[in-house]
Design a protein around this ligand. Structure first.
Ligand SMILES: [Zn+2]
Length: 436
């Protein structure tokens, strides 16, 4: 059945070209040319900006880390340890509840596609529960299946899930990092990718300590080690890439490897500045990742600021580049090329923004979107031409119910893992207290 949606009177924003209002037609989940068929549904987008859906190329959507006062000062090692304990105690229902809330946060802030790096979930029902959490709100998700010490069994489980629980094109074999996966694990994942066609994904070159340890143990830098392991293949996505040599940048370009850049996470954990400008100049596709921080609007501006700071030259990464990294370039980085530019024939993944006072005057919509927009400006979100957010509200789930359910799960998990004092959990959905 043919179904048309006419998005009338909105202003498409895809780059620095002078924006002007234009109607967009959605037919059977894709953008199309031509007049709408009789009886088409209409979205009045007068006064709204229309952007391609934002693509979050790296996150962990079932955040198991309790967000309490004391969590603010914890370092990377403590966060990893706390996440491991909670992950071991979590049930499939816990994963689904936390994933659904995070997926809601994604779509409400304009993300239509996210890569969810999941681990540990090597227990019955876990992968299906995570996929159900994404589906609860309508987020398109890629699943990066985390591999740790027991990688042979985990690869077997991931391969068995391909096209059964998750489409193979959206499933990655994803060693967690050199901290948690051995070089043999990376080699095994690369062999499995060669055999099955599944793609590869991992955190790499994240801290100076990781580089030093890798040099001491293997005599090469982390990305060189992955190259030796056969891990650098077309379609591979590497997260972070903060500390790279020129040779490593060349290896990424030569092997058609993409990078997921997470500027707020790098600033929050004082990891350093990834060489994003050099990577893009070398022809490497770079997408943006939220990685447990705020949202992709924030990541766009943080990318601009962090790159300017690193170079000592403001604007070395422009706002239009940041917008492309959050849309078309991010889409291409994760191998979904037929979206991200608002062109006929593409999948209709798009968002509308209602520009608030903070975004005005709209002399330059790209500047306003990159430097002044927030999730609350998002009005409508379409994934494959279907509304998952309409007029600022989820269409498939209730926000309050999702938040209450996730609050209970987080409180119970903290109690079961003995990580938090009961005093931290006086806050509840029903009776918030004043800050001391
Ligand atoms: Zn991560």
């Amino acid at each position: 059945m043919v179904s048309d949606l006419l998005i009338r009177g909105g202003t498409p924003v895809t780059g620095y070209a002078d924006p002007a209002p234009a109607d967009l037609l959605v037919r059977d989940g894709r953008l199309a040319d031509g007049p709408p068929l009789p009886g088409a549904e209409t979205l009045d987008a007068t006064g709204l900006l229309v952007l391609p859906g934002l693509v979050n190329t790296h996150d962990h959507l079932r955040s198991l880390l309790p967000m309490t006062r004391r969590a603010d000062t914890s370092g990377l090692a403590q966060m990893i340890e706390a996440g491991k304990l909670a992950g071991a105690a979590a049930t499939p229902e816990d994963y689904r509840a936390l994933t659904a809330l995070a997926a809601a946060r994604m779509v409400l802030s304009g993300v239509t596609t996210a890569v969810d790096h999941v681990y540990p979930l090597h227990r019955p029902g876990m992968l299906a529960a995570v996929a159900a959490g994404h589906a609860d709100v309508g987020l398109r998700a890629h699943l990066a299946y985390g591999l740790t010490e027991d990688y042979e069994e985990q690869i077997r489980l991931a391969v068995a899930a391909a096209d059964d629980e998750v489409p193979a094109g959206r499933l990655y074999l994803a060693p967690v990092s050199l901290r948690q996966t051995s070089a043999d694990g990376y080699r095994a994942a690369a062999r499995a990718a060669e055999r099955t066609g599944l793609r590869l994904y991992t955190h790499i070159a994240e801290t100076r300590e990781e580089v030093d340890k890798c040099l001491a143990e293997h005599g090469v830098r982390p990305v060189e080690l992955l190259h030796q392991a056969g891990f650098l293949r077309p379609g591979t996505v590497l997260v972070h890439c903060v500390h790279l040599s020129e040779r490593e940048i060349g290896l990424l370009a030569d092997n058609e490897v993409a990078v997921a850049y997470c500027p707020s996470n790098h600033l929050r954990l004082a990891k350093g500045f990834a060489p994003v400008v050099a990577l893009r100049e070398a022809g490497v596709r770079v997408g943006l990742g939220v990685d447990g921080m705020d949202d992709l609007f924030t990541e766009m501006r943080q990318a601009v600021y962090a790159q300017g700071q690193a170079a000592g030259r403001p604007g070395v990464l422009g706002s239009d580049a940041a917008l492309r990294m959050a849309t078309g370039e991010g889409t291409a980085a994760i191998g979904e090329p037929d979206a991200g530019r608002l062109r006929a024939g593409e999948r209709a993944d798009l968002i509308t923004l209602r520009p608030g006072t903070s975004m005005r005057p709209l002399a330059d919509p790209v500047q306003s979107c990159v430097h002044r927009a927030h999730g609350q400006h998002v009005s409508d979100v379409l994934v494959d031409g279907e509304f998952v957010v309409r007029d600022g509200r989820l269409t498939r789930a209730g926000e309050t119910e999702l938040a209450d359910r996730a609050w209970r799960v987080t409180r119970d998990l903290a109690g079961r893992t003995g990580r938090e004092h009961a005093a931290d959990w006086q806050w509840g959905p029903a009776a918030p207290q004043e800050m001391p």
